[in-house]
Design a protein around this ligand. Structure first.
Ligand SMILES: O=C(O)CCC(=O)C(=O)O
Length: 247
């Protein structure tokens, strides 16, 4: 990874890497996703795989369990994604592999948030790599960053009603910095720091999905702030209870 990109990540808190994955790497990720969707997702519980409509599998929207698909899990530990994370934050402890979709016609935005609010770690110097499986633009919910917001530290969050995002930023993100929307194509990779504020609009298209995979890397040796994490988990459970996903 060239030094200029590392400096840019440090300055902006995110990177948009065009054509980062080879066609072979992308094909492997797609195959890993297909295996997860077809064979693994149906065996998981309602909190491990979330749907806009639990009666309709085509409305799958989110999961943190993609590492259960061996091809996806393997990429946490070696290869270009792992090496990218190491180049940006130093030695890593790979965490969950996530799925973010926005089924057409369901109209759910991604509330502005900092991943670090959910992670509750010290040092909170993690990164997420975001990998689109299809073109993502303004119509189907491009990811938008607040440039330089990783330097603002952890901000206040409130409970959100959006399934999959139990917490949203308490402030107006536009008041905190320049909003940079990042349209992407398959093969591109977005990376953000755990303090970088990000959000996405709803999928306004009638037909297109918006399938993306997120690799989370903590810095090696990070410790959990157990009190903050317990608060976060309680808020998450509350949201899931209010939606009938937990008792
Ligand atoms: O894909 C999205 O809408 C949200 C992604 C996200 O929050 C993340 O990758 O940390």
């Amino acid at each position: 990874m060239n030094e200029a990109l590392i400096r840019q990540f440090e300055a902006d808190g995110f990177l948009a890497l065009k054509g980062f994955l080879t066609p072979e790497e992308l094909a492997g990720i797609r195959a890993g996703w297909d295996h997860f969707e077809r064979d693994i997702a149906p065996t998981l519980d309602r909190r491990q795989v979330m749907y806009e409509d639990y009666a309709d599998p085509s409305t799958i929207k989110q999961s943190n369990a993609l590492a259960l698909s061996p091809r996806l899990g393997a990429l946490q530990h070696s290869g270009t994604l792992h090496d990218l994370a190491v180049a940006l934050i130093g030695p890593v402890e790979p965490q969950q592999v996530e799925y973010f979709d926005k089924p057409p016609g369901k109209n759910q935005p991604t509330p502005a948030h900092q991943d670090g609010y959910y992670f509750c770690i010290q040092p909170n110097n993690a990164c997420t790599l975001w990998i689109p499986l299809e073109p993502v633009d303004e119509a189907n919910g491009a990811l938008t960053y607040v440039k330089g917001s990783h330097r603002l530290g952890l901000r206040e969050h409130n409970s959100s009603s959006i399934l999959g995002f139990s917490q949203g930023l308490a402030e107006d993100p536009a008041a905190l910095g320049e909003l940079v929307s990042c349209p992407v194509e398959p093969g591109d990779v977005l990376v953000h720091h755990s303090f970088t504020i990000h959000l996405a609009g709803p999928n306004r298209s009638a037909t297109r999905r918006r399938r993306t995979i997120g690799y989370v890397f903590f810095p090696a040796g990070a410790t959990r702030d157990e009190e903050a994490f317990a608060r976060y988990e309680a808020a998450l459970l509350n949201q899931h209870r209010s939606k009938g996903l937990a008792s």
